[in-house]
Design a protein around this ligand. Structure first.
Ligand SMILES: Nc1ncnc2c1ncn2[C@@H]1O[C@H](COP(=O)(O)OP(=O)(O)OP(=O)(O)O)[C@@H](O)[C@H]1O
Length: 246
């Protein structure tokens, strides 16, 4: 992944997308190969947990916030890697925390207990905590799951802005082909633990490659308003007569 790049990883259930995120974030050891963060291996003895946490944030698929913490408390936890042993919140920390709360549309919820929020709201809290971490690399596993359509689009607008304005390197595992086609700088398609194809939306999100990846027939069109590709699933009885790209 490169700075200033939004990479969307797509593939059928069980393809290995979550495994990829867990390996890339150091939660799982790779059976082969290695993971480098800013040019240094994650397993390099010189690396400390704090050093990794200052540069890499992960939003996992399932979010359950511990009892007894408000939304603001949880978002503030994202600052921990930047704080000294006394964990004192500096003015800069407070500004970053409030900024993440605003950017994730959590102002009205900031004093509520985080564990008692809806699934989508808890997801936004986890994303705000990851942003408060001010990482250089952000990995998100299905961040749009549980989000309503407005919050889903706002989330991807926010990620795209972080990528462009702050040079974040962002990898998102997702299932929504249409959202991926609108936001991704690079698409990675996975199947059975392997990368089937990787490249631009135009190069990778074709009828043939998507059929090979998902074993599903999709109508592939181009949105007149935006010029971006869109995809409609078709019933098995609707036999495609051939390539339908664009
Ligand atoms: N802890 C584990 N131990 C053994 N096998 C696992 C473990 N976690 C996942 N797997 C297997 O590895 C494969 C890839 O799983 P993974 O969760 O990475 O898929 P995914 O692409 O994220 O799927 P989904 O879209 O359903 O979330 C699956 O066959 C899964 O059953």
């Amino acid at each position: 992944m490169h700075a200033g790049e939004l990479v969307c990883v797509l593939g059928p259930n069980g393809a290995g997308k979550t495994t990829l995120v867990r390996v890339a974030s150091g939660l799982l050891e790779p059976s082969a190969g290695s993971v480098e963060l800013l040019g240094v291996s994650l397993t390099d003895p010189k690396r400390t947990r704090g050093d990794v946490a200052r540069n890499l944030a992960v939003v996992e698929q399932m979010q359950e916030h511990a009892l007894g913490f408000s939304v603001r408390d949880v978002v503030a936890m994202g600052r921990a890697p930047h704080q000294g042993a006394w964990m004192r919140t500096s003015e800069d920390d407070a500004r970053v925390i409030e900024d993440a709360i605003v950017r994730c549309d959590l102002v009205a919820l900031a004093d509520r207990p985080a564990h008692a929020l809806s699934g989508g709201e808890q997801k936004r809290v986890a994303i705000a905590r990851a942003l408060a971490q001010e990482p250089k690399v952000l990995l998100l596993d299905e961040p749009g799951a549980f989000l309503d359509v407005r919050h889903q689009m706002e989330l991807y607008e926010l990620l795209a802005a972080e990528v462009k304005e702050r040079g974040l390197a962002c990898l998102v595992v997702m299932h929504d082909l249409n959202v991926a086609a609108q936001f991704a700088d690079r698409i990675v398609l996975m199947k059975a633990g392997r990368v089937v194809a990787a490249g631009s939306v135009e190069a990778v999100m074709t009828w043939r490659t998507l059929k090979e990846t998902f074993d599903a027939d999709l109508y592939c069109g181009v949105n007149d308003l935006t010029g971006t590709r869109f995809f409609l699933p078709m019933r098995a009885s609707t036999k495609p007569s051939g390539e339908r790209d664009g």
